[in-house]
Design a protein around this ligand. Structure first.
Ligand code: ABU
Length: 379
């Protein structure tokens, strides 16, 4: 580190530069959240039928906490500074002048909330009412970075109102009554529950590749949110991307940039339209299809997909953390010249994701670069 970069606490332009400082989430207090417009949780066999909510079981929380502590220790042993959020009482009822919500969620996945682009950390608006106050878990850390680093830009996207106008009325009733063919039709038109009333995005719908930010339109990210990001980052190229995925929720099990010229893609979620693959091809990038997970079943009470094996954390262009059981993924990355660090984290998935979700970048050595000098018009 140079003397100058030592003063800089916050800086990260992409997913692969050498990682020096990261936030790792916590499992404590996580809730299977109370019903709200976006979320339809229905786990009748696991004690939580539709309409019910409550704390995740204590033994699951303890195990997840142990694995997250171990993940933090693995990173620290590699010389990476690790910070942790401050959980709130997520079982409390929260409200704004517009709505009341019977519980919060948790703070295991910092990646959903915090978007680091260069010397800025942006608190995402979030479209779940249960996650409206989640940024508070990170405020002690952000306050500290603000004091330590004179060039840190601390930003927050406009807090959304999340009134009933934000959600399409009767979405779930309609969705559950139409055929699979009709569901795919709605999917291809990106016609999900959130309306365009106000800008919404989760930070985990953004894949960062220097000047190019790939932002997925999803169940939690709307066009107004993508447009907001475009206006907010005028020096970047913000690409709106969609994939053939029925109810998409975060890009980090669909497109994972690994290093300049190489990214993992999900073989079951091809990009819609030609521009996405054309852009990568034109700039000499290889898109490698991820192997399926070795897991045959998800963890109980898990709301993520079976593709968390893709949800990896790149430490630098030669080193990567992969979930410890995912041998095919480890073998693939070994073939591409990575040193693979196996990290057990499967039991953390009900708390909100995998290795990438469980972290948020604070500092990676490196500068803003253009990895896609040849652009595709209109993309
Ligand atoms: N936040 C990662 C979840 C993505 C997925 O389950 O596919």
């Amino acid at each position: 580190m140079t003397e100058d970069s030592q003063k800089t606490v916050v800086c990260s332009w992409n997913e692969w530069d050498p990682l020096k400082h990261v936030i790792v989430g916590r499992a404590e207090g996580t809730m299977l959240q109370a019903p709200e417009p976006v979320v339809q949780l229905d786990f009748p066999d696991q004690g939580f039928p539709l309409g019910t909510f409550g704390s995740l079981p204590k033994e699951m929380e303890d195990k997840a906490g142990e694995l997250l502590d171990n993940y933090a220790a693995i990173l620290e042993n590699r010389g990476i500074r690790v910070d942790r959020p401050s959980p709130l009482d997520f079982s409390q009822v929260i409200q704004t002048p517009d709505w009341k919500q019977d519980s919060m969620f948790g703070c295991m996945p910092p990646r959903d909330v915090l978007l680091t682009v260069g010397d800025e950390i942006l608190e995402a608006p979030m479209s779940f009412r249960s996650r409206w106050f989640e940024y508070l878990c990170y405020r002690p850390l952000l306050e500290q970075y603000y004091k330590e680093d004179p060039s840190f830009r601390w930003e927050t996207a406009p807090k959304p109102r999340l009134t009933d106008r934000t959600y399409k009325k009767d979405f779930w009733k309609e969705w559950n009554s139409i055929s699979e063919e009709e569901q795919w039709k709605r999917t291809v038109n990106s016609d999900w529950i959130i309306s365009e009333t106000e800008p919404l995005f989760d930070a985990a719908d953004v894949a960062r590749c220097g000047k190019d930010l790939f932002v997925q339109k999803s169940m939690v990210t709307n066009d107004a949110g993508i447009e907001w990001l475009r206006r907010h980052y005028p020096d970047h190229r913000v690409h709106r991307v969609t994939y053939r995925e029925m109810l998409p929720w975060h890009i980090d099990a669909t497109l994972i940039p690994l290093r300049p010229g190489l990214a993992l893609i999900n073989p079951e979620r091809p990009a819609l339209g030609n521009a996405h693959n054309e852009l990568f091809k034109k700039n000499g990038w290889e898109l490698v299809e991820a192997p399926k997970s070795v897991r045959k079943e998800k963890m109980p009470l898990c709301t993520c997909s079976m593709w968390l094996n893709m949800n990896c954390l790149v430490i630098d262009t030669k080193t990567i953390c992969i979930e410890a059981a995912e041998t095919p993924m480890m073998e693939l990355l070994d073939k591409y010249g990575f040193e693979v660090i196996p990290v057990p984290l499967f039991e953390v998935s009900p708390f909100g994701g995998g290795l990438h979700c469980a972290t948020a970048d604070v500092y990676r050595e490196g500068t803003l670069e253009d990895y896609f000098p040849k652009q595709v018009e209109g993309f």
